[in-house]
Design a protein around this ligand. Sequence first.
Ligand code: NAI
Ligand code: MG
Length: 355
Amino acid sequence: MFKIAVLPGDGIGPEVIEEGLKVLSAIEDKYKLKFDVKKYPFGGEAIDKYGVPYPEETKNACLSSDAVLLGAVGGHKWDDLEGDKRPEAGLLALRKSLGVYANLRPAVLYPPLKEASPLKNELLQEGLDILVVRELTGGIYFGPRGTVAIDYGFKAYDTEVYQTSEIERIAVIAFEAALKRKKKVTSVDKANILDSSRLWRKTVEEISKRYPDVELNHMYVDNCAMQLIKNPSQFDVILTSNMFGDILSDEASQLTGSIGMLPSASLREDKVGLYEPIHGSAPDIAGTKKANPLATILSVAMMLEYSFDLIDAANDIKDAVNKVLEAGYRTFDLGKGIILNTHEMGDKVVEYVKG
Ligand code: NAI
Ligand code: MG
């Protein structure tokens, strides 16, 4: 039995999580599975109750679970708190405690939402289904840094550092993911300039020998930024470092329309994972039933796929989402159509999952 710790969080977090759990229980019924699902306080809610965003009880539950499903945290109520006491500090502590070093962000354009993409329709003929695999715990965000006074003003530096083992483990995640997809990995670096990128490239080449069925190509990051706009359908899995991945995954996500559609996973090798929509707690629409729950529902699909190997069930959810959109149903962020509120959208997905 899979154990899932659910952290609804703040704002629209609990609203979208409710719908994600609805869909999860439809999958339980359909496939005669049993998930052990329990909710724990996290973020602002936990600060109000316990004074800290990531209480011990929540941490123990997360560390003993097969997967963690997170809504979103934060809100104006806690805006005046200091850095490490804020709800968002809980996010970093959570990711760190789980040791998840691979961030997976799919950018999928559901065909019925073509008009929501800023790209020209002719570029989208072959569809858009890219998975960005971003290294999450190394690179320039964690390398030696500093600011020193010099004759005129200051000198500040940040350092890109990668070691073989860090590159190997993220590459394995990318190749494994590619095996379940179109079997193509594009490794993105700046190997014409950076030593760290040359090690990246060499190490990825080595790992690729274990995956003869997966096609590997290399691309410089500046070219990749351009190709994402010019010819996005050439990509399947993009494998890249922390900073390049931060930038490219935001770029790729914007090709698909609304932030309310985008799920994410953060993984480590034993398949324990953290799953969350990429959006925040959206205080501007919290309580109005306007939140789009699809990013969370699709995060549930990622959990089934990556942590539990339930590929059919994951595909059922993705198909259901596509069918709901095809039938013209929309939440308000998705433009014209039959507008549903958060719960109605969750119910529709359940209806199509049941088939
Ligand atoms: P946000 O992602 O919460 O909202 C940005 C805009 O997108 C808003 O207009 C919002 O209404 C809209 N939006 C977001 N999710 C939506 C959904 N599911 N359906 C429809 N519309 C949606 O980002 P913002 O406003 O910068 O941050 C709000 C709070 O969330 C802050 O306290 C921030 O620190 C926190 N935050 C938390 C994150 C997390 O928990 N992982 C990530 C990003 C921000
Ligand atoms: Mg970013």
